[in-house]
Design a protein around this ligand. Sequence first.
Ligand code: HEC
Length: 126
Amino acid sequence: MTKTKYSQDKLRFSGLLLLSLMFSASSFAQQDVKGDAEKGASKVSLCAGCHAIPGYRASVPEVYTVPMIGGQSASYIVSALTAYKKGERKHPTMRGIAGSLSDQDMADIAVYYSAQNVDTKPNKLK
Ligand code: HEC
């Protein structure tokens, strides 16, 4: 009798422990990754081939079919990229590209693009 009660308590305790570990792990995952625009600048050469950037827009007719991401909020860019990576968004090229990005890459790129606006002149932080 006492033995059973003991193992039930133990089970309950390890269940709680596991739950709290899971919670702390997920809150870490969200807070840990901070974007760095300077690093982002070195990771967007691939993206610029398709996504028009202010200042180059006139020479990139694809601006009409490829969404403009410069000036978009960083959290939107990260969630869009994550959705491609997970397959929730289906566009094949973007899925392939997002699949090759780490969480850190996404955060850096998102901060970089969110710092742009229509009036941004070509510069290395754009
Ligand atoms: C081969 C062309 C191409 C390249 C290269 C490319 N993209 Fe895209 N991207 C697209 C197209 C086309 C879409 C729209 C796809 C859709 O309808 O889902 C898109 C969509 C997106 C979106 C969602 C925009 C929105 O408004 O929802 C984001 C964010 C994005 N791309 C980021 C990037 C980043 C960051 C890179 C570089 C690491 C990149 N893309 C490289 C073509 C490209």
